[in-house]
Unconditional design. Structure first.
Length: 444
């Protein structure tokens, strides 16, 4: 590990390594911190400023901090070590961990663990890292007639177990293409996947608690760890309207692809609420509270997962009061085969295929173009395995002469809404981009 670095340019993993290998020198190497004679306090203001910037807050009692003590914000594993089992993903951020999957690796009808994108808002809780579910409970409270506290065994014994293929997609998928740019992880097309989930229907559990007429929204809570390391801070708490929560395909899931849900994806229990942004599919689930108003937890207000209530010009400063919660995801599709840049023979029929999905449910039709959208060819579209499973599409294309071509893919939802060729509806945080995916092909 090189000691020649600028303040703040080390990752959390780097910091943990330095403190493990050189505990006596780590304070000065990482933060420029020189302890006093009592092995406490800062003698260099720059060191304090660096540490405060890296943990994301001031440190009121910094003078009491023992020398050689790694801040808990870095002592906690962010989950990067778990990424070694992922194959081919592009890491966008390591604190929190965020990684997307290249389109050509999403060709499976059931997305395997190693190709499932990762979206973390905080750090992976120790219980998930240890894969220990003993003593785990789920509380249902709020606007219910009979509050419940359920163990994992209660869920498995008292409710019907179901297995569905359900797609999950980050609300910011496609953010990288907004102009002017929007803040947040610069996802291109790969913040989506469709594993097979096993659990119980959310509505069955809510019905068992007795939903009051006053209930209008859910609020979800987990035990993931805030980036500050403060156990009192809630990382994220989103929810959905009761009408959405009562749909059949929403799950409280404990298994992904037939195995316990992996640590990066919410062990031991998570929500899967397809059709809505993935942030509604809460991981590390411990509590669902029914509320008599729209939920206002962390990342439910301001600009988080919210869109302007009316169309705005790119770059417009939209008042927070004019932002509304993002709900249904728009219709989308991917070309998953062949990989962009492939060479094919002139005049030879070549199969192209991919996946398509929509927040409204089944996709109505799928088309492809090889002439930059001037003409369109209908693709064969399979029915979904169940509601909110993505759908396989296939088409054979023939490139008429030598040269460069693009295959454009366009899905149409059941209400006739088609994917646009470019970014639709600019918004401050870059949500909901459903522009067409396209690949390059060379005819030789």
């Amino acid at each position: 590990m090189s000691e020649d670095h600028k303040p703040g340019d080390l990752s959390a993993e780097d910091i943990r390594t330095i403190y493990a290998e050189k505990p006596e020198e780590a304070d000065e190497i990482v933060f420029g911190r020189v302890p006093d004679a009592n092995r406490r306090g800062f003698l260099k203001n720059a060191g304090l400023a660096t540490m405060a910037a890296m943990v994301g807050a001031t440190i009121p009692f910094h003078r009491n901090m023992p020398a050689g003590l790694i801040p808990a914000a870095f002592a906690q594993d962010t989950g990067m070590d778990l990424m070694s089992a992922k194959k081919g993903l592009t890491v966008l951020n390591d604190r929190p961990v965020n990684a997307e999957t290249p389109a050509h690796l999403l060709d499976d009808d059931i997305t395997p663990y190693e190709r499932m994108f990762v979206r973390m808002n905080g750090m992976v809780p120790q219980s998930a890292l240890d894969a220990k579910a003993e003593g785990w409970t789920l509380t249902i409270d709020g606007e219910v007639k009979k509050p419940l506290t359920l163990t994992m065994d209660d869920l498995k014994k008292n409710f019907e177990t179901v297995t569905y293929r359900l797609w999950v997609e980050c609300g910011g998928n496609g953010r990288a293409f907004f102009q002017p740019g929007a803040s947040g992880n610069q996802w291109t097309f790969g913040a989506v996947g469709c594993p097979e989930w096993t659990g119980v229907r959310l509505r069955d559990v809510l019905k068992a608690a007795g939903v009051k007429d006053s209930a209008v929204y859910t609020a979800h809570y987990g035990n993931d760890v805030h980036l500050s390391g403060d156990p009192a801070k809630v990382v994220i708490s989103r929810g959905v309207p009761i009408k959405k929560a009562m749909e059949e395909t929403n799950l409280i899931a404990w298994a992904m692809n037939g195995q316990p849900i992996p640590a990066l994806h919410g062990f031991p229990l998570r929500l899967v609420i397809p059709g809505y942004p993935g942030s509604a599919s809460h991981k590390y689930l411990q509590k669902i509270t029914l509320r008599d108003k729209e939920h206002d937890g962390p990342k439910m207000t301001g600009y988080s997962y919210r869109l302007p209530a009316y169309p705005v010009a790119p770059g417009t400063e939209v008042p927070k009061s004019d932002m509304v919660v993002m709900e249904q995801m728009p219709v989308k599709s991917l070309v998953t085969f062949p990989e962009t840049g492939v060479q094919v023979g002139v005049g030879k029929a070549t199969e192209v295929r991919g996946q398509t999905w929509s927040g409204k449910g089944d996709v109505k039709s799928m088309h492809v173009s090889i002439d930059f959208g001037q003409t369109w060819q209908e693709a064969k579209l399979d029915k979904p395995a169940n509601g909110f499973a993505w759908q396989r599409w296939r088409a054979n294309v023939t490139l008429p002469q030598k040269g460069y071509y693009e295959v454009w893919a366009r899905a149409t939802d059941k209400d006739g809404h088609m994917q646009p060729a470019s970014v639709p509806g600019w918004n401050p945080r870059g949500y909901g981009n459903n522009m067409m995916h396209r690949i390059a092909m060379f005819a030789a």
